[in-house]
Write a new protein. Structure first.
Length: 191
């Protein structure tokens, strides 16, 4: 008797994607069908703010964007670093992208108070594509002192010697120059 197997994988991003094994034995076909659950981890997780620099006694809108994931089932929760859950959350989506993946946005609106300085807001994203424990946290640090969220301060040691030019392109800085200085540690800008 001669056995051979034909393995065929029907890949698509449908929720009921099938993995089908067909075993042929003397012209008798016995198909075995097993459903698969493909998943795609989000390629983009970020909190953005309007305005970029929060002001005391002004409205701050935080938007948690989660993009390019599959399957569609996802959950987002907001909290503060003090453990307080954030209510009055607005969700947009999930909605389908042109590439059969999904995206979702979630926003909260806050009126900033002086005691909110240095608070951290956390958007916790639950999705089946994440490894245990099944969620990822995205954080936003409140800073009303004038630096936008994406600009992270680093420890920088300078000594008098050479010229160093740093070019940043955004609406806050266009050019920064340190004259007669040498960098001992590298600048690390995070965006």
């Amino acid at each position: 008797l001669f056995w051979f197997a034909l393995v065929r994988l029907l890949l698509s991003l449908d929720p009921f994607c099938l993995f089908q094994i067909c075993v042929h034995k003397f012209f008798v076909l016995d198909p075995l069908t097993t459903p698969l659950s493909p998943s795609v981890e989000p390629s983009f997780l970020r909190i953005t703010s309007i305005p970029q620099v929060p002001k005391v006694e002004r409205l701050l809108v935080l938007c948690c964007r989660v993009e390019n994931f599959y399957p569609q089932d996802i959950s987002l929760e907001w909290s503060r670093n003090d453990g307080e859950q954030v209510h009055n959350v607005t969700h947009f989506g999930p909605f389908s992208n042109h590439n059969s993946l999904y995206s979702v946005w979630s926003k909260i609106q806050l009126v900033m108070a002086q005691e909110d300085e240095s608070a951290v807001y956390i958007c916790r994203v639950y999705h089946s594509s994440f490894a245990a424990p099944g969620f990822k946290d995205v954080s936003y640090y409140i800073n009303t002192q004038g630096l936008p969220q994406w600009l992270v301060k680093t420890h920088l040691t300078l000594t008098l010697q050479n010229n160093v030019n740093v070019m940043l392109t955004n609406k806050y800085f266009s050019f920064i120059q340190f004259r007669t200085m040498k960098i001992v540690r590298k600048l690390a800008w995070k965006r």
